[in-house]
Design a binder for this molecule. Structure first.
Ligand code: 1PR
Length: 561
């Protein structure tokens, strides 16, 4: 076999490397694994992809433990093709504010900085943003083609400049997040190249970038002038549209995509747990097929929720891992998976931590995991301890190892009306335009666990604040009252939560048409909006939603097949 078709991957155990493998394979290359630092000295290793997900400190720690630091420096010095991704770009710097005292590879001068959050500017910077290529530089493809599209970022830290060891300028492209300019891509003008964004998660544009690099392109020679993008809204971080698949086994034991009304997924009314009176689980299709379809339609992300995860242990539920593995072969946008992220002891007495479960999901192709019930418990404990962290909750452990951007908290709240805020104090109540059955003018949103079956004495606001403190990177905000109703998102709930935290909030539940997306983005600080039913029933196309958003001046990514 010709070695030109081989791409070497340095997999040091950080996050979702399966997606990079899948992207490389999809482009027709064979993936070979670097097994030891000595491999990097071999001449046959001449196309190296260096992924990086997680945190600067844990990535450098792994590299050090396995003895890769000097070998990598030498490889880069030899100017053989190198493609670093995300943390794989950040570790090129001397250090990072993320992990003070940890030394980076030092190929670039300076330190990676943290983004400051501000109202309407949550951190991490998650989603599809535009990139400006520097004058006389290029990213392996015609400048215009690149600048007209958007690529996927997920990071809290960023490079400010890109200066090589000899003072040379490595900056290839910049992005902007509100007023912060950040380094989007760097290269030495020859074979060494790295991006802050994830090409393997950036749809077609990311795949062509990788393809052009792998087929021997060079990053330097900038060709052609570019025309600036017409209006300003097209240059802001896009508001994301997410397709969600609620997955569970039907009565025949097959995993199906289902969808409930206010969380009831059975055909006729009935208690989900007493099967005699209940109808069949609604079957709206196969998880992998639907995920692929929504990717083609232009979904910015796809989320799988294993809705009976609280009942079944997911590592015993291999079909769900299989779904993820197969979906990540064809879907090149971020995948989130939730349901059952908790610790567990199996029948043979083997103990698994939440981190073990999450790791298995990441290995199978998930970019983020979503934690539901256990996050409510962790929040209750957080307040019981006087707002002190415990240090070993699932949220803390998973975000420490994989980075906070990999930890989504799914909240399942239900509206509770009160006649005055004192009635539910210290839980936060807000004045509502939707009066209660007895004319109540205030409400709060009670969190539930176990798929809405059990209410807890804590509100969505309190959980959101607690999980942010514990290290969550994003909130998936469902709403049981609106779920499956098609009446639109609960804007009061979304506003309350999006204004209470500095991490991105995904509005969920109730989307019935494209106007609802415009409303939630115009009326609240939500970063993304998620829907299920309207996509499964093919009532609304994702492109229609995005056209409507675009016409309303909401930044959006428009790429569909
Ligand atoms: O508690 O960590 O095991 O996680 C369980 C996960 O499963 C949670 O994220 C929880 O939200 C979810 N879940 C549990 N039961 C149900 C159910 O429906 N019976 N589904 C459920 C949550 C809400 C959204 C839905 C939106 C949009 N479903 O996923 O997709 O409401 O729907 P729409 O656009 O059709 O209105 P754990």
């Amino acid at each position: 076999a010709s070695s030109t078709n081989e791409v070497w991957l340095l997999d040091y155990g950080a996050g979702n490397v399966r997606s990079i493998r899948n992207a490389i394979k999809h482009l027709g290359y064979t993936v070979r694994d670097v097994e030891s630092p000595a491999d990097l000295g071999k001449s046959e290793v001449n196309k190296l992809v260096f992924p990086g997900v997680g945190a600067f400190g844990s990535a450098m720690g792994e590299l050090q433990r396995a003895g890769y630091v000097d070998a990598l420096r030498d490889y880069i010095k030899s100017d053989r093709p190198f493609f670093g991704i995300c943390i794989g770009m950040q570790v090129l710097y001397e250090g990072s504010e993320e992990s003070g005292g940890v030394e980076g590879l030092g190929v670039l001068r300076g330190t990676v900085r943290k983004f400051d959050s501000a109202p309407g500017k949550p951190v991490p910077h998650i989603g599809w943003n535009t990139v400006e290529v520097e004058e006389n530089k290029s990213l392996f493809m015609p400048k215009q083609q690149f600048q007209d599209g958007r690529v996927y970022f997920v990071h809290s830290f960023h490079g400010v400049d890109a200066e090589g060891p000899d003072g040379s300028d490595w900056l290839l492209a910049r992005g902007t997040y509100h007023d912060d300019a950040f380094v989007a891509a760097v290269g030495n003008g020859s074979n060494v190249f790295a991006t802050q964004f994830h090409p393997e998660k950036s749809g077609k544009i990311g795949l062509s970038l990788m393809d052009n690099f792998l087929s021997g392109g060079r990053s330097a020679a900038g060709s052609g002038a570019t025309s600036p993008r017409e209006d300003k809204s097209s240059r802001r971080l896009a508001k994301r549209v997410i397709a969600c698949l609620d997955v569970r086994a039907n009565d025949e034991g097959d995993l199906v995509v289902t969808k409930g009304d206010q969380y009831d997924v059975r055909e006729s009314a009935g208690d989900d747990t007493s099967s005699s009176s209940a109808g069949d689980v609604r079957n709206l299709g196969k998880p992998v097929e639907l995920a692929t379809k929504y990717y083609r339609w232009g979904a910015d992300e796809v989320t799988f929720l294993n809705i009976t995860g609280f009942r079944d242990f997911p590592l015993g539920d291999l079909p769900m891992l299989e779904v993820l593995k197969r979906a990540s072969e064809d879907v090149f946008v971020p995948l989130t998976v939730g349901g059952g992220i908790r610790s567990f002891t199996d029948s043979e007495g083997h103990h698994y931590s939440s981190l073990d479960v999450a790791s298995e999901y990441f290995k199978s192709g998930a970019d983020k995991v979503s934690i539901g019930s256990e996050a409510v418990t962790a929040s209750e404990e957080y307040y019981a301890r006087g707002e002190q962290k415990r240090g070993d909750t699932s949220i803390e452990e998973i975000s420490e190892k994989y980075g906070k951007q990999a930890v989504v908290i799914s909240i399942d709240p239900r509206r509770v009306w009160v006649s005055s805020p004192e009635e539910c104090a210290p839980l936060k109540a807000v004045r509502t335009a939707i009066k209660g059955p007895n004319g109540e003018e205030f409400c709060w949103w009670q969190c539930t666990v176990k798929g809405g079956r059990e209410g807890r004495p804590i509100g969505a606001h309190e959980v959101a604040v607690a999980v942010e403190a514990l290290g969550a990177g994003e909130i998936l905000l469902n709403c049981i009252d609106r779920d499956g109703t098609g009446e639109g998102f609960d804007l009061e709930l979304v506003s309350l939560i999006a204004d209470s935290v500095n991490i991105p909030v995904i509005a969920s539940s109730g989307a019935g048409n494209s106007r609802h997306f415009v409303e939630v983005f115009q009326g609240t600080n939500a970063s993304a909006a998620l829907a299920a039913g309207i996509f499964h029933r093919e009532e609304v196309r994702i492109v229609e939603i995005k056209e409507d958003m675009d016409e309303s001046g909401i930044p959006t990514r428009q790429e569909a097949e």
